[in-house]
Design a protein around this ligand. Structure first.
Ligand SMILES: [Zn+2]
Ligand SMILES: [Zn+2]
Length: 404
């Protein structure tokens, strides 16, 4: 059983297992360590408790959220080549609508007003587009059927070539091991064949029985058999001041855009933000990096606003099958490095020395900021160093390259 508490340092809402009571924990928001109070007394008040109650109550089968949606409006044609944008469920997200009074019957005092479907764009990292939504939306079958019925990799829409797979909530029941996750996904995979709508798929897909409601309600995404082996939509569940939030990473820009178009509309700021950022990434070297490597880069690199990816070079001390775990990334603004436990970044506009110590086919890179000691960075193959220096010469920077 899970319980919601407030961090004593930052006041952030945290979800903890009941057994954590009395132990020392670290706040995931502000990273302060504190002793967790006895949780059993608080269980009744938790948001998770509320979700369970309202689902176990009179309306087990979804949709009192869905009925509150305004009637569907035709979506403006999206400017996406190749990709079909579903027109159902397009809802404008004005704040007036968000605060609309509601007639929905609720049996607890917690904030149980129906949440209008809305996707929040958080940012882009190498693994994909990060999107959050309110977890109570999972109670709506229509919302769960809102991911675009097209391949998330190649955009293919022929249903006889698509399969559906539910979003896995990692961290919760499934752990983080990619083998385990992959098995769960494969076990829940559904071939669409002649099934005509995502809603039909939602109704057919069995619940994820390791999870509490509403997270056990399967929310499918779609892909052709080729693409879905490598591409996944996986999510995590967080608590913040607004409630319990689902965060998902959509691995490809067009798929994220089609979903945002369906929920927020093509005129929403989220749509414009993803479109601009993704278009920037889809040009140049980013395209050539395999998804597996991107997922690894996501462990140590996140795009900053307006930053343009230039190249990634692997550290030569890693095995080639471990590509992505270490190395350097050059963007229009930064040089970011990662090797074992050391990690850091240099802003190209700040003066620093970049030392390249040649040792036959390899180069050891290190750097030095003014009035500081020299620090190791990475080891690159000589031809990769040449690529790096060449790319560096194309961007404005204050790095002083010293060849040794
Ligand atoms: Zn905190
Ligand atoms: Zn595909």
């Amino acid at each position: 059983m899970l319980c919601k508490i407030q961090c004593p340092a930052c006041g952030g809402a945290l979800i903890l297992p009941l057994e954590a009571g009395g132990q020392v924990g670290r706040c995931s928001l502000c990273h302060v360590r504190f002793r967790v109070p006895d949780l059993s007394a608080r269980l009744e008040d938790t948001a998770i408790g509320w979700i369970c109650k309202s689902v176990d109550g009179h309306d087990p089968d979804d949709d009192h959220v869905a009925r509150e949606y305004p009637p569907p409006k035709p979506a403006r044609p999206a400017t996406l080549p190749r990709h079909h944008v579903p027109t159902h469920m397009k809802v404008k997200s004005t704040s007036a609508q968000m605060r609309q009074p509601t007639e929905v019957k609720v049996d607890t005092v917690q904030s149980a007003a129906p949440v209008l479907p809305h996707l929040t764009y958080v940012g882009i990292n190498p693994a994909g587009v990060k999107i959050t939504f309110d977890s109570s939306l999972l109670k709506s079958a229509d919302f769960r059927a809102s991911l675009p019925m097209q391949c998330l990799g190649c955009g293919k829409t022929a249903t006889n070539q698509l399969v559906a797979q539910p979003i896995m909530w990692i961290d919760k029941a499934f752990g983080r091991s990619s083998h385990q996750l992959h098995d769960h996904e494969a076990n829940h995979r559904l071939h669409l064949r002649d099934r005509g709508s995502a809603r039909e798929v939602v109704d057919l897909m069995p619940p994820l029985d390791q999870l509490l409601p509403p997270f056990n309600r399967a929310m499918p995404y779609f892909g052709c058999e080729n693409c879905i082996e490598d591409l996944h939509v996986r999510g995590t569940i967080h608590a913040d001041a607004a409630g319990i939030i689902c965060e998902v990473i959509i691995p490809t820009g067009p798929y994220a855009l089609a979903w945002i178009a369906a929920i927020n509309g093509t005129d929403a700021p989220e749509y414009a933000a993803v479109e601009t950022t993704y278009r920037r990434l889809e040009t140049g070297n980013w395209r050539t990096i395999p998804m597996k490597v991107r997922n690894r880069l996501a462990g140590w690199f996140e795009f900053q606003h307006d930053e343009q990816f230039l190249l990634y070079l692997p550290d030569s001390d890693y095995l080639s099958r471990d590509k992505g775990f270490g190395g350097v990334i050059l963007t229009s603004d930064r040089l970011i490095f990662q090797k074992y436990s050391h990690h850091g970044s240099l802003h190209l506009t700040e003066p620093a020395n970049l030392f390249v110590h040649n040792d036959d086919a390899f180069d050891d890179l290190s750097y030095q900021l003014p009035r500081q000691g020299r620090r190791d960075m990475v080891r690159l193959r000589h031809r990769h160093t040449e690529d790096l220096l060449e790319s560096l010469s194309d961007v404005p920077h204050q790095l002083q390259v010293c060849l040794e």
